[in-house]
Design a protein around this ligand. Sequence first.
Ligand SMILES: *Cc1c(COP(=O)(O)O)cnc(C)c1O
Length: 223
Amino acid sequence: MTVDAAAIAANLNAVRTRIAQAAQSAGRDPTEIALVAVSKTQPAEAVAAAYAAGQRVFGENRVQEAAEKFPALLAAHPAIHLTLIGALQSNKAARAVSLCHSIATLDRLKLANVLAQEMARQHRHPDLLVEVNIGAEAQKAGILPAALPMFLAQCHDLGLSVKGLMCIPPQGDDPVPHFTALTRLADTHHLAVRSMGMSGDFETAIRSGSTQVRVGTALFGAR
Ligand SMILES: *Cc1c(COP(=O)(O)O)cnc(C)c1O
């Protein structure tokens, strides 16, 4: 795959401008909103191009792919912050802890246990977000909203410091009620990070309280 670095830089500027405008229209400070550049399926050269254009936070959804792509990038650019935004199997938790600076998909007690063990063993403490199954979808990962208080208490008992919540609203639904519900949950539990909004809906998410948008297609093009 050939990488068009100029196009990535232009896309990055356009997305940053849209984030700032959405924040301003909602009466929010644009610096409250972090941009995660979702680089899944994109080659390392695309990450390097975004880095050269000033982007620092990158999101991958598979540990295996991140482990192939990012060690060399991190060696060349130690300021890169890598966040895992895809489902994490327990048997990949050790690698995720060693590689990632944050994990946005803490979604079950077994994983919380394994992460707590690995973080103690490796003396590495990636920031953790709890994934919430905000639409209570049968097939979807994530903690049900009603189960969140108990899950956060269990994480606390394990010594895990949860920084925020993340969600992906049900496909086809109006995302606004879901984004608003996630913001309310984060407020209730005094969690600063609300990771919500993708290429198709990040401005809506910002108007609904997002502090972290995860954008792939609008930066790197179609996958
Ligand atoms: C792929 C992905 C994104 C980015 O999606 P785009 O529509 O390409 O912006 C965001 N969040 C998660 C969890 C993803 O898997």
